[in-house]
Design a protein around this ligand. Structure first.
Ligand SMILES: [Zn+2]
Length: 269
């Protein structure tokens, strides 16, 4: 039986998503005997999708109104922060599905204001449960973990009605992300990735990824920061997928050239 290395998209679908994406991810990993989960994906998950769930949760908590929370998402959707809106809507969708599943009793004989407040509290508590349970179960996905020494998986804190996910950054070792020395010792892979990342097209994530890899060339003396660790993104998965493992991702387009440069395969669930 074969091995698979989960990227953040698939890890997220398995851990916190519901519906068709969750089902296809679950069916996909059943085909493998070894399911490798990098803590890097856990780190990206907390800083990305889980953070968008937190955003939705905390809006409900601070506004105390379901309708005003939706309105704030509507306003945010007109700004460049569309990722945040998409993520928060995912939280709303998953929480709604859970709500229907639970088939809670109807609210009777209360004012629209009370109902709005009750809905906000209900969604807030459901979202908090999703966030806390997902984080508590973060290592229940997969059969192996590819550790990340710079990341200690800090606990989620409740601060009054709010949730706090900090710290979400690397714990620097000798003022550097732990991936720095590991990648610097693989100069051939660094060069292969640099040739594989498009230099044209003007995508910000490509130029950031190139900049990190350039920092990790033998000739460079600049150390790798938390921002660099983050910018590495898809290149991390190409570098650290076990040799015999297929990288499973919903974003094959971005992963494929990087994985191919290092002789690794990419598959979509
Ligand atoms: Zn790091």
């Amino acid at each position: 039986m074969a091995a698979v290395f989960l990227d953040t998209t698939v890890y997220c679908d398995l851990l916190i998503n519901l519906g068709t994406q969750h089902i296809s991810a679950r069916n996909a990993i059943r085909r493998y005997s070894d399911v490798h989960v990098p803590v890097y994906a856990i780190k990206e998950f907390k800083r990305g999708p889980l953070n968008y769930f937190r955003y939705f949760h905390n809006k409900l908590a601070s506004l105390g109104s379901y309708s005003l929370t939706i309105e704030s998402l509507q306003n945010l959707s007109r700004t460049p922060q569309r990722n945040r809106v998409a993520g928060a809507l995912q939280a709303l969708r998953v929480a709604s599905l859970v709500r229907f599943q639970l088939a809670t009793s109807t609210h009777g004989g209360i004012s629209p204001e009370e109902r709005d407040k009750a809905e906000a509290d209900e969604f807030r508590l459901l979202t908090r449960r999703l966030i806390e349970q997902a984080w508590a179960r973060r290592r229940s996905i997969g059969t192996h973990h590819v550790e990340l020494a710079c990341y200690a998986e800090p606990n989620i804190r409740r601060v009054g009605k709010l949730l706090d996910l900090d710290p979400v950054r690397c714990r620097l070792i000798n003022r550097e992300c732990c991936l720095g020395p590991a990648i610097r010792s693989r100069q051939a892979d660094v060069s292969a990735l640099l040739s594989a990342i498009p230099n044209t097209g003007g995508r910000r994530e490509d130029s950031r990824r190139r900049a990190v890899l350039k920092k990790l060339r033998k000739s460079s003396t600049v150390s790798m920061s938390d921002d660099d660790c983050r910018s590495l993104g898809d290149a991390y998965f190409a570098l650290f997928a076990p040799k015999d493992a297929t990288i499973l991702t919903t974003n094959t387009k971005d992963h494929e050239p990087l994985a191919a440069a290092l002789g690794k395969k990419v598959e979509r669930p």
